[in-house]
Design a protein around this ligand. Structure first.
Ligand code: GUN
Length: 284
């Protein structure tokens, strides 16, 4: 393999140390940072992701509050749980793990979270701030990817970034963020999906390729410009195995690549911690 590894686990560790300092300062002032999470249903990967977020909280001195609701829960009950977290002064950040069960209105759920406690950056008001280029909590995975590329000095500004996938949590906000006139962004961004004509050629024109499609081995070596940076942000599961969007062999062509484990995932969680600490610091 010739590509440099985009080591998210290492960078997330450094970021968490900075967060731990800030959590310590708040503790000295008599304030404990609190994160509330809501998991609906029994999706094993969602349960695993939420458990990892709680493990990070425990390690860093953040109090975590968890509500695990049945798949059959009503929209109203979910909104009542959010309302209680919104008014609980011990909770500074709220995360409702997505995807929600079929039939639940995701927009209403996200709208219900107090924008000040929206550490996921997915409340429409905060997404609007992102569109307008105003400061606000950024969605965790997009923010983590930008930090990871910056830390490894991957050229992004003025370059062509191809984002594969247009989902709410990664592809769509990442494309907006990368196009903003800010450090580590300033890119020409294409958003593609498998329904796009000339999909492979467009991907091959990317200096940076981020795949957030959740489609195993979608990105094959023939789609990669030699020397490009390749970020695997999409995962899927089959037979209990975690599968990447990036096929084997891409690491031999890429200039930089995320490892299968320890790439984007730890960065997402570090950004969640950072957003939660920021939300707590803002409370007077
Ligand atoms: N499910 C997958 N990614 C995310 C995320 O960034 N936030 C939430 N709330 N759920 C997710």
């Amino acid at each position: 393999m010739s590509a440099e590894l985009l080591d998210g686990a290492k960078l997330a560790g450094r970021m968490n140390m900075e967060s731990a300092d800030r959590i310590g300062r708040l503790l000295s002032a008599g304030r404990t940072v609190g994160l509330g999470t809501i998991l609906i249903g029994d999706n094993p990967s969602s349960a695993k992701y939420v458990a990892m977020k709680h493990a990070d909280c425990a390690e860093l001195g953040i109090n975590s509050f968890h509500e695990h609701l049945a798949e059959s829960v009503s929209q109203r009950e979910v909104e009542e749980v959010i309302d209680r977290m919104n008014t609980n002064p011990e909770i500074h950040g709220i995360l409702v793990q997505l995807p929600l069960p079929e039939g639940m209105n995701q927009e209403e759920v996200l709208l219900r979270i107090s924008p000040d406690k929206d550490v996921d950056g997915l409340h429409p008001l905060n997404l609007g701030k992102l569109v307008m280029g105003q400061p606000g909590p950024l969605p965790c995975t997009p923010a983590g990817i930008v930090e990871l590329l910056l830390a490894h000095r991957v050229p992004v500004e003025g370059q062509h970034v191809v984002v594969i996938g247009r989902g709410l949590t990664v592809g769509r906000p990442l494309a907006l963020l990368l196009a903003l006139p800010r450090r580590g962004c300033n890119a020409a961004v294409s958003v593609v999906h498998r329904g796009v004509e000339n999909f492979s050629e467009i991907v091959r024109s990317g200096d940076v390729v981020v795949s957030a499609a959740g489609s195993p081995s979608l990105v094959v070596p023939a789609m990669i410009k030699p020397g490009a940076a390749v970020v695997g942000a999409g995962t899927s599961f089959a037979n209990g195995k975690l599968l990447s969007d990036i096929a084997d062999g891409v690491e031999n062509l890429a200039g930089w690549i995320t490892p299968r484990i320890g790439g984007v995932g730890p960065m997402t969680r570090a950004m969640l911690v950072r957003n939660t600490v920021l939300a707590a610091e803002k409370v007077r």
